[in-house]
Design a protein around this ligand. Structure first.
Ligand SMILES: Nc1ncnc2c1ncn2[C@@H]1O[C@H](COP(=O)(O)OP(=O)(O)O)[C@@H](O)[C@H]1O
Ligand SMILES: [Mg+2]
Length: 230
């Protein structure tokens, strides 16, 4: 589905991504895990082409991210941050827009219902709490119908009930054959959903099947156990 080959990216003299290879299959949910400031967001932006890689190639269903940009973008959905949604729109307007652009099959009503957003579907997003915004964000992903969904820390700031709802929707999406790559700075957030975890360290990635190893031990080995403060 998604193939990344030899991807490198620098911010000025700081090398953030070094010759990264990775791939994601259809229907796979993969976690991208590393502490804050490592380069998770930078990697997602490079995969989508929001940042231009220094070197390397990204293809999605055989379409090159640069030379076949339009069809490449049609197959993926990435909304980086629920704090930067179109503030003047209502959820109904935003979801209608995404449906029109990406051509997903679900109706706006179905998505509002699935995410229990009926209470505020006609209010402007500018007045929304973080939790409400995260629901709108997930709604946009759902209605896009895109084959590859990239999420940057989707569970940040969510209460336990919403995390449960997100988990449920993620597994529904996987059942529909969608592929998901989701970043998190917390290992625990992704291990319940992802069958594979990619760790990012020193600009390079290593990938492990969730069921195959003790991921927490691997995390501690790679990133160290936090020291006692007192
Ligand atoms: N616009 C930028 N200009 C320069 N350096 C940046 C910029 N954005 C991020 N960085 C640096 O790149 C590194 C990786 O950042 P980021 O991808 O946001 O990490 P993460 O998402 O894992 O928290 C950090 O050291 C950060 O300071
Ligand atoms: Mg980030």
């Amino acid at each position: 589905m998604l193939t990344v080959k030899g991807l490198s990216f620098d911010y000025g003299r700081q090398s953030i991504l070094k010759d990264i290879d990775l791939s994601i299959d259809a229907g796979e949910i993969v976690g991208l895990v590393a502490p804050n400031g490592t380069g998770k967001s930078t990697l997602l932006r490079n995969i989508t082409g929001l940042l231009r890689p220094k070197r390397g190639q990204v293809t999605l269903l055989g379409n090159d991210s640069q030379s076949q940009r339009q069809v490449f973008l049609k197959h993926l959905f990435f909304l980086e941050d629920s704090q930067r949604l179109y503030e003047v729109l209502t959820p109904v307007e935003l979801l209608s827009y995404v449906k029109a652009m990406w051509g997903g099959e679900l109706s706006v009503d179905q998505v509002l219902k699935a995410l229990r957003m009926e209470r505020y579907h006609n209010k402007r997003i500018s007045t929304f709490s973080l939790g409400m915004r995260q629901h709108v964000l997930l709604g946009a992903y759902l209605i896009s119908g895109a084959d590859l969904l990239l999420f940057d820390e989707p569970l940040n700031g969510l209460d336990p009930t919403s995390i449960e709802l997100f988990t449920h929707i993620f597994s529904r999406l996987r059942d529909q054959g969608k592929s998901i790559l989701m970043s998190s700075h917390q290992l625990g957030n992704v291990t319940t959903m992802a069958e594979r975890v990619i760790f990012l360290k020193d600009g390079q990635v290593t990938s492990y099947q969730t069921a195959a190893i003790d991921l927490q031990a691997k995390y501690d080995e790679l990133f160290g156990v936090p020291e006692e403060l007192f």
